[in-house]
Design a protein around this ligand. Structure first.
Ligand code: CAO
Length: 642
């Protein structure tokens, strides 16, 4: 690293030329040929480009100043250049543009390969996000991919400004230092230095685990861990405050060099007592970050009790203040930003919340989106959604379209009954799903004659074990198998409108007609369970539903729903997709029908199936294959892995 001076080049003998614009600021990372100031004579204006790439340390001129050839413009910190100052000055002048013309006109495009920088010796690190697409314009420092080890995730920023060309990796790939990421076409007269040559973060990111040094009373000091020898690394985000509870592995601060950002995770679970670091601080290994009252440590009781008193009295005030705080609608951008700057922790949180980052207003340093921005966005988006839904004519948040206010009592006796919370929520969800999901329903009948014979043979034996064996567990198992074979049914669309989540687990919801309304408890990892195990668990969940004992967690995480009206009757119906799931199977009552077997009509037990799907995620062909496969499993019980 050396410091170089950029001076005013030969400007055709003109002297005392006015500086009309300073195009950069201290701390900016600039490229070769990037315009740093604009000069104007009475004849023309001209850009003065930098002859070197580096970080602006100081700017020696201001707007309105008059300059001549050789005057100092700025001081730049250049990596890997050992040239002495006078030589650098000479080079700078030589490389400078001709006067009164467009000095930057000599630019040319060059394609550069970007590869994985030194990531601290970590190998086979998973790519969890590709932040760019071919054709995107990126600026130096924009995240291009995010890698994740079991210790930390890290953004790999673009080393150049330019246009993204071919991308050589995809999400899920595992990479090591030197692996090709993508090509960038840069606007420069020089091919930029390779990422490998300049990546300074080294082992920091993947191995960065903060260290906790025990002090007294269960309180431990958390310091900046080994960050690969990097010094003076800027703190760009402090993710916790005194009083926050953190879990081991939660991000506590984010550091950023000019090449990468890295999260420093909490080394243990506990409560943050005090934070000794601020955004903008420059830190190195060992720098104190915070004091952590470690969860479960012997001496924790006393400090927690001490804390409890003031917290308890402060709590109501705090919540009142929170409730009264106005929601800032400007947290949601009206037009999506083309560039998103966010650290791995924020990206991870956004993924968890299903939030696309392009509409989130950034208030962090260098236009980065912080966790607070994300929270503000969610609050504003929720408020907007709620006000919109009441604006389109719903009553009391029930999601029911406004109906004319009629006096039914003039036609006879009436009673006004308050809907249960479940009924109101169901109404809201139904309206949302019916309005949002372009759904198609297709019908089929499965010949379950053999399955029924098998089930009835099993029924008595299962009853002795207290397990009720209806067709439902077979249906659940068959659906799980069909989802594994047809993964397009095991997705959820993402809020950004550009991606979907492919799930690697198979959790199936069962619609239950309970005393408090329609509820959908979820059976987990069905593909890995036997029909008997599924029957037992379904029995338990249905019982819980009927006894009104379901907890919210029992009803979350479903990938697909089965709605069986088989015990009630009917020949078919069109179930509404339970968004964000993309498929639902309606089951009607099985009946004996005559079927032609090639020689004669035979009585067969036929089960009506009605498959609704979100046509944004599943196309007709996929649905046809899903249904046919499901039918084949139900028609031949031997194909069902019991
Ligand atoms: N055809 C013929 N008989 C059927 C059948 C079918 N498709 N499905 C179940 N049966 C039989 C069962 O075998 C059982 O008879 P036996 O005791 O003689 O074996 C009887 O009907 C009663 O079954 P059940 O209702 O107790 O159990 P289930 O496993 O079929 O269903 C449950 C459980 C919770 C899904 C059901 O009770 C329920 O609540 N369904 C309503 C779901 C609903 O409201 N959906 C609409 C939502 S809008 O899309």
């Amino acid at each position: 690293m050396s410091t170089e001076i950029i001076r005013v080049p030969d400007i055709g003998g003109a002297t005392d030329v006015e500086v009309i614009e300073i195009s950069i600021k201290v701390g900016d990372i600039i490229e070769v040929d990037q315009s740093v100031i604009v000069l104007e004579t009475d004849k023309a204006s001209m850009d003065v480009p930098s002859s070197m790439a580096g970080k602006v340390k100081s700017i020696s001129v201001k707007e309105g100043d008059k300059v001549s050839e050789g005057d100092e413009v700025l001081v730049i910190e250049v990596e890997g250049v050992e040239a002495s100052a006078p030589e650098a000055v000479k080079e700078t002048s030589a490389a400078a543009p001709a006067p009164a013309a467009a000095p930057v006109a000599a630019k040319s495009s060059s394609e550069a390969k970007v590869s994985v920088p030194d990531i601290g010796g970590a190998t086979d690190v998973e790519v969890i996000e590709i932040c760019v697409s071919e054709g995107d314009m990126v600026e130096e420092g924009d995240s291009i991919i995010v890698l994740e080890t079991d210790k930390a995730s890290m953004d790999i920023p673009s080393p150049f400004t330019g246009k993204i060309g071919k991308i050589s990796i995809k999400v899920g790939d595992t990479v090591s230092e030197g692996a090709d990421i993508l090509m960038i076409t840069t606007e420069s007269s020089e091919t930029p230095a390779s990422t490998e040559a300049t990546a300074p973060v080294e082992s920091a990111a993947p191995a960065a685990e903060s260290t906790a040094t025990p002090v007294s009373g269960g309180v431990e000091s958390v310091n900046v861990p080994d960050i690969g020898g990097a010094e003076g690394v800027e703190v760009i985000e402090v993710a916790v405050a005194a009083g926050d509870k953190v879990k081991e592995g939660d991000s506590i601060i984010v550091l950023e060099t000019d090449k990468a950002s890295m999260e420093i995770p909490a080394p243990k679970s506990g409560t943050v007592k005090s934070v000794s670091i601020n955004v903008g601080d420059k830190v190195s290994e060992g720098h104190p970050v915070l004091e952590l009252e470690v969860e479960g440590s012997v001496a924790v009781a006393a400090p927690v009790a001490e804390k409890a008193a003031p917290t308890a009295s402060a709590a109501p005030q705090a919540s009142v203040a929170k409730a009264a705080a106005p929601v800032d609608q400007s947290a949601v951008l009206s037009t999506p930003s083309t560039k998103v700057h966010a650290g791995p922790a924020v990206r991870m949180l956004a993924r968890e919340l299903g939030v696309g980052l392009t509409l989130v207003r950034a208030t962090g340093p260098r236009g980065r989106i912080t966790k607070e921005d994300l929270h503000a966005y969610v609050k504003a988006a929720v408020q907007k959604a709620e006000s919109t839904s009441s604006g389109v004519g719903t009553t009391g948040g029930a999601g029911l379209p406004t109906v004319p206010d009629q006096d039914f009592s003039k036609f006879g006796d009436i009673e006004v009954v308050k809907m249960s919370k479940i009924q109101r929520l169901t109404a809201q969800n139904m309206v949302r799903n019916a309005l949002v999901v372009p759904q198609v329903t297709q019908f089929d009948k499965a010949d379950i004659t053999d399955l029924e014979a098998f089930r009835k043979g099993l029924k008595g034996e299962m009853e002795k074990q207290g397990v009720k064996m209806t067709p439902l567990p077979f249906l659940i198992k068959a659906v799980a198998q069909a989802m594994v074979a047809n993964p397009s049914f095991n997705v959820s669309l993402m809020a950004d409108g550009e991606s979907y989540v492919q799930k690697g687990y198979v959790h199936i919801g069962i619609a239950v007609d309970s005393p408090i309304g329609l509820v959908v408890p979820v059976l987990r990892d069905v593909d890995k369970k036997s029909v008997v195990q599924i029957a037992k668990e379904a029995n338990e969940l249905i019982k819980k539903a009927l006894d009104k004992q379901l907890k919210p967690i029992d009803m979350q995480g479903g990938c697909f729903t089965i709605s069986s009206l088989g015990a009630i009757g009917g020949t078919g119906f069109t179930p509404i997709v339970n968004c964000p799931e993309v498929g639902i199977l309606g089951v009607s009552k099985a009946d004996i029908e005559p079927r032609w077997n090639g020689k004669e009509f035979e009585p067969r037990t036929m089960l009506p199936l009605c498959l609704s799907y979100d046509h944004r995620a599943v196309n007709g062909g996929d649905a046809g294959r899903f249904m046919t496969y499901l039918n084949s499993l139900l028609s031949d019980v031997r194909r069902l892995s019991l």
